[in-house]
Design a protein around this ligand. Structure first.
Ligand SMILES: [Ca+2]
Length: 399
């Protein structure tokens, strides 16, 4: 605003008298255009519906997992699951757990850090590659990293770090990090701003507070939005993010959708487009947990609005667009894990907007860390606890 005012003052100052009215009109135009509230509509806020019993049946599929974080289905009907302290396990079709698999790098297992997401290469049947994200210790503190190895008999073989967040910083919070493959073979990795470094989310020379898109070897695709821009990291896809622990592709448009942990009252559903600025910490619907105001308000030109936001927050982690047949009414819905208050959140999406929200599993009182859809349409959820479980969710009317 100060910028626009001084510019207008400059204009009115030197223009001959007859031009001043014209300049005043221009000033009004600038103010309207520059006003954060005139330029953009406010995003819709979650009505915070009460949890319902819902059409779901909940079974414990596996238990005895220490803070499980990410789950990936293997083509043989088994799964891989991460535990945040640094273990990767195989889960058999009957829910039995293997011992810890070999080949997992040393992780920084403090605070929210540790071994985080796991996903398979789209060509897994041929290349056997497994991708993991984790908090990596190193000079300066720690940072999110992505490694891949080939799944063999005893675990990951030839594990290699393919990408590292830079710089490594102190602290143990806000690592992101979901790994999502695109049909073009590149992968998105969602990141956090490492909590004490919020302003770096706006700095394109570092990868704190960003979503990146990389090739399977960790290099940056040449058609990324900042590739070739001086001073910007070529792997950046979008920026201005706080801490993104839920991400998936829209099944029809292929667009990346994410849910981001906000500050108090500011969790956000975003449609993530290349090169865009998602605003943190300049704009936000939340306030700091201390009650202190954040940044400049809720909207600003050049910064994207969320599709939807939650106040009070749901503490989102893990999401899918439901495409299965088991829950016909849920087709096309977004399903999101909530750590706090601990829910499965369903959003009915119409034309890219949220038409309705429903909440399930409120009576479980479990922190939901990840949500995955199995091929036959049932859902598998991870509970974030010292004695965490894999839950299997099927329709209540089918026994
Ligand atoms: Ca935002």
């Amino acid at each position: 605003m100060a910028h626009h005012n001084s510019r207008a003052w400059f204009l009115t100052g030197w223009l001959p008298h007859f031009g001043r009215d014209l300049a005043k009109l221009a000033l009004v135009g600038l103010l309207i255009q520059g006003s954060p509230f005139a330029a953009q509509a406010q995003a819709p806020r979650s009505p915070t519906p009460a949890p319902v019993k819902g059409p779901v049946r909940v079974e414990t599929f596996a238990k005895g997992l220490e803070h499980p974080w990410g789950l990936a289905f293997l083509p043989d009907g088994g799964m891989l699951v991460t535990e945040r302290p640094g273990r990767l396990r195989r889960v058999e079709r009957d829910g039995r757990l293997s011992g810890p698999l070999a080949g997992v790098p040393k992780v920084f297992a403090r605070g929210q850090g540790g071994l985080l997401d796991v996903t398979l290469s789209p060509e897994f049947k041929q290349d056997r590659f497994v991708y993991i994200s984790y908090a990596e210790p190193g000079e300066g503190g720690a940072g999110t990293a992505v490694a891949r190895g080939r799944l063999g008999e005893g675990g990951l073989e030839e594990t290699r770090v393919i990408w590292r967040q830079e710089p490594k910083v102190s602290g143990s919070n806000h690592w992101g990090s979901r790994i999502v493959f695109r049909p073009d073979g590149t992968l998105f990795v969602t990141l956090g701003e490492r909590f004490d470094y919020a302003e770096r989310a706006q700095d394109l020379s570092v990868t704190l507070g960003k979503i990146i898109r990389i090739n399977p070897d960790g290099s940056a695709p040449r058609d990324n939005p900042f590739a070739g821009r001086y001073g910007a990291r070529p792997e950046i896809w979008s920026y201005g993010h706080r801490n993104v622990q839920a991400a998936t592709l829209h099944p029809e448009t292929g667009e990346l959708w994410t849910v981001e942990h906000g500050a108090r009252g500011g969790d956000e559903l975003n449609r993530v487009a290349p090169g865009k600025n998602y605003g943190w910490p300049v704009i936000s619907y939340g306030v700091h947990y201390s009650g202190r105001k954040i940044g400049e308000g809720t909207a600003k030109p050049g910064m994207e609005q969320p599709v939807y936001y939650w106040d009070p927050v749901i503490a989102p982690s893990g999401m899918v667009f439901y495409t299965g047949k088991a829950f016909p009414d849920w087709k096309g819905s977004v399903l999101i894990g909530s750590l706090n208050p601990g829910l499965l959140v369903r959003l009915v999406v119409k034309d890219g907007k949220v038409a309705k929200e429903e909440r399930y599993l409120g009576d479980l009182r479990e922190r939901i860390r990840d949500v995955r859809q199995a091929a036959e349409g049932s859902l598998y959820l991870l509970t974030d606890a010292g004695n965490g479980r894999i839950l299997r969710i099927t329709p209540a009317n089918r026994r």
